[in-house]
Each structure stands twice: as C-alpha cells, then as structure tokens.
Design a protein around this ligand. Structure first.
Ligand SMILES: N[C@@H](CCC(=O)N[C@@H](CS)C(=O)NCC(=O)O)C(=O)O
Length: 231
C-alpha cells in the first residue's frame, strides 16, 4: 500500500507493546515507534489523545487512526496487511481461529495473572503463583506438542508465527527475571521441550529484531520489582 503511515505508541520493555511490534514484524510491515518515557505517571499527549479511555500503551496509529488494545491490534494487523509468506497470524479455519483466540486469552488471563503475582508478591502467595505459572506452561506445552509437528514448525502457528506466538512471546522475554524474583527455574529444555524449541525459534525469528536487549530488560524488571515490592 502506498504512503502508509504506521506508528506504535509503546514503552520499550512492555510485553503488550511488543505484541503489536511482533505482529507488524511478522507481517513485514515497516513502522515507527513512538516511545513513552513514563507511561505510568507522565503520559504523553499522543497517548492520552489516542487512548482516552484507558490511557495505556500500546496504541497503533494507522494513517493517523488510533487503535488501542494489543489483542485487537494483532487482529487488525492481520486483517489489513498480507504476510510475506502468504500465511495469516490467525488460521483460516473458523474453529482453529476460535482456538487461537482461546489460547491467546489463556496466556493473557491465566498465565499473565500468575506472572504478575510472582512480580508483586512474596512468601507463600508467590510460591503459589510460581506453581500456577508452571502449570500454565505445562498446559501450553501440551498445546504446542499438538500444534508443532517438527523443528521446522516450532510455533503455535506451525511453521510461521501466529497470534498465540505474538501474545505469549513477549511474556517469555521476562522469564529470566521471573526466575530470579520467584527463586525458581522454568527449565524449559528439561521439562517443557516443545516450549524450549519454541523459545529458541522465537529468538531467532523475524521478530527478534524488535526484542529489547536481554540484560537491559532484566535490569529493568528487577528494578521494577524493587520499586513495587520493596524488601
Ligand atoms: N489490555 C491492554 C493492557 C495494556 C497495559 O497493561 N499497558 C500497560 C503497559 S505496562 C500500561 O500502559 N500501563 C500504564 C497504566 O495502566 O496507566 C492491552 O492488552 O493492550
């Protein structure tokens, strides 16, 4: 499409913002990042104006039209742009599409709530959150085992990135920080081999270019933990 203007209002470390970037990158759509400096306490004018209801990142600006909410952005990107390899982020079959939305929602609600609890709590509550997160990973391992037939098709979408990968992928970038904060190991290679292959494939896929530097991200999340849950 000629003279397209695609921008994402985001914060560099945000898993939600990265979902939008993953979707755009997977589809090969060039975009510009409008980086928030402090989207919690000092929101930019563009963020407040483009998402007046929630005032949260990310917001996709497509030719000036704002669209908030990461899951909606993924679906919109899939509807608007063709992909380089001809495959969509959501599968064509209606049942498969519904199930892709179901597992994206699972990652968004169940896994996310456990991960947030690891970040924000201590003691027995945190231990329970770790167990819950591992149980979610175990469930996703089963989904992936069915979906990914081989090392050449390591994603939830098979051989190409799909909606679930765009939703879950950014959370996985925070895993090393959760392991330190919650004093545990996901140990994907040993315990969840399909998730391990998925994680490795994700990090070398077309969306790797928009991932933040791992050390910088780790430092950021550990700092966030200190701020939100001081010793
Ligand atoms: N449901 C939203 C959640 C987005 C979200 O939680 N954004 C956070 C990023 S850390 C945010 O902007 N927080 C600032 C605030 O809530 O004021 C989505 O999926 O896009």
């Amino acid at each position: 499409m000629a003279s397209e203007e695609v921008k994402v209002v985001t914060f560099w470390a945000s898993p939600y913002g990265l979902r939008a970037e993953f979707a755009l990158s997977a589809k090969g759509v060039p975009y510009e990042r409008l980086l928030e400096v402090d989207h919690w306490y000092n929101k930019s004018k563009i963020l407040v104006e483009s998402n007046p209801v929630y005032k949260q990142i990310p917001v996709l600006l497509h030719n000036g039209k704002p669209l908030p909410e990461s899951l909606l952005i993924i679906e919109y990107v899939d509807d608007v742009w063709p992909s380089p390899h001809g495959k969509h982020l959501l599968p064509p079959d209606p049942y498969d599409r519904a199930m892709a939305r179901f597992w994206s929602d699972f990652a968004e609600k169940k896994l996310n709530s456990a991960l947030k609890s690891i970040l924000l709590t201590k003691g027995d509550t945190q231990k329970a959150a770790v167990e819950e997160a591992l149980s979610c990973i175990s469930t996703l391992e089963g989904v992936l085992e069915k979906a990914s037939s081989s090392k050449d098709a390591p994603f939830f979408g098979g051989d190409h990135l799909g909606m679930i990968d765009c939703v879950l992928g950014p959370f996985s970038l925070w895993f090393p920080a959760y392991e330190i904060i919650g004093d545990f190991k996901f140990d994907l290679e040993e315990n969840y081999p399909h998730m391990h292959t998925w994680y490795q494939a994700l990090r070398t896929s077309s969306v790797a270019a928009c991932m933040p530097d791992s050390d910088k991200l780790l430092e950021f999340v550990l700092g966030l933990r200190k701020m939100l849950c001081p010793e």
